[in-house]
Design a protein around this ligand. Structure first.
Ligand code: SF4
Length: 367
């Protein structure tokens, strides 16, 4: 059995059938996969993990994704929007603590006031850090003009998760309407790449209705799209969401966790020089979940530096970890954890994916 997996792991390129087999590996076989992913990581991006200080500055959202605890339709959420001063303080904290980069994340809004506010925040964040802080944004689907505006204001990486690259599955986890249109999301990803962002996407793993074939297609989608970064984590159900009704279709949490590690490991082998995040959702299942992901190919970790008082209100899924630890505690705890996983921390570095420089500058609109 293990021979079959060893043979696949020696291939230059995985077929969909190969990926499905790797996703179905048993306990013994998956050790081969994990060891190979760690080797590839060491050779292509080094055994180094980079920080992105995560600022979840608002949970106000205009959308209604079926899996999300802070969707507009959930009236039981206490909505918050932290002040610009608090956001900039968090940026300064990241800079002073040598994080290298921050991530701005919030619910999705496309109104003029929001767009201009972000532009100003990006400019100010660069000013107060002498242009040194790297900025990733994760603020959903926007027009190409807005993406350009934010790029010119100082953001250089953008994370927009597709959640599932399969259109049919996408509409099982999102309403089928103009606000949640699959093709609009794809176009947004193309726009980001064309403008010059280091572009990231990702999916949820272990969704109801999801098959191994869907997951294999997700990995092939990342490859075909030539992404620079991927953030993917296990799906964790939230009681106050429509998708919760399908919870009986779910794999046990531990299996979703292992499947996520396998996805990370396979992706590292397929796309050797990209950045892969160890999602916080992994830690909601296993206290050292993110460290396990680092050992099998991930190289980015996003410590939460949102003011603690607001963290419990930003729960896309339940049992989110670290919602009551201050940013300082978070830093100390992480440093120790990453040390255990064998990686160094890329303090003070942006930690851009080598892939961005290496990838061909093709016009993806023509593919
Ligand atoms: S996943 Fe994002 S866009 Fe969808 S409802 Fe939640 S916060 Fe809003």
């Amino acid at each position: 059995m293990s021979d079959r997996i060893s043979r696949i792991l020696k291939k230059e390129k995985f077929s969909k059938a190969d990926i499905v087999k790797l996703l179905q590996t048993n306990k013994e076989e998956r050790q081969l996969l994990f060891a190979k992913a760690n080797e590839v990581k060491k050779e292509y991006v080094g055994l180094k993990t980079y920080y992105r200080g995560l600022i979840e500055f608002s949970n106000i959202c205009a959308k209604d994704c079926y899996y999300c605890g802070i969707r507009a339709g959930n009236k039981n959420v206490r909505r918050y929007d932290i002040s610009d001063e608090q956001i900039l303080q968090a940026v300064k904290f990241a800079y002073d603590n040598n994080y290298g980069s921050v991530v701005f994340q919030s619910g999705e809004r496309m109104d003029k006031q929001f767009i201009e506010r972000i532009e100003q925040l990006l400019i100010k964040s660069k000013n107060i850090t002498n242009g040194k802080i790297g900025i990733t944004i994760s603020l959903g689907e926007q027009s190409s003009e807005t993406y350009k505006k934010w790029y010119n204001a100082g953001a250089h990486r953008y994370l927009l998760r597709i959640e599932s690259s399969n259109k049919e599955l996408y509409y099982k986890i999102h309403p089928q309407n103009a606000k949640h249109d699959f093709d609009t999301r794809l176009k947004a990803l193309y726009d980001l790449q064309k403008i010059g962002y280091q572009t990231g996407t990702g999916v949820m793993i272990g969704l109801p209705f999801q098959t191994f074939e869907h997951l294999a297609d997700d990995l092939l989608f990342f490859k075909a799209f030539d992404v620079d970064m991927v953030g993917m984590g296990p799906y964790i159900e939230h009681t106050e969401t429509p998708l919760y009704h399908h919870r009986l279709l779910l794999l046990p949490l531990e299996e979703r966790f292992i499947l996520t590690l396998k996805m990370i490991a396979i992706l590292r082998i397929m796309m050797k020089d990209i950045n892969i995040a160890a999602a916080t959702a992994l830690q909601a299942i296993d206290p050292i979940g993110r460290e396990k992901a680092i050992k099998v190919g991930a190289n980015i970790i996003m410590p939460n530096i949102t003011p603690t008082i607001n963290r419990e209100d930003y729960q896309l899924y339940e049992n989110k970890p670290c919602i009551d630890e201050g940013a300082d505690e978070c830093t100390n705890c992480l440093e120790a954890r990453i040390g255990i996983s064998g990686d160094d921390i890329g303090y003070g570095e942006w930690g851009d994916a080598p892939h961005f420089k290496n990838r061909k500058k093709t016009d993806l609109y023509n593919i």
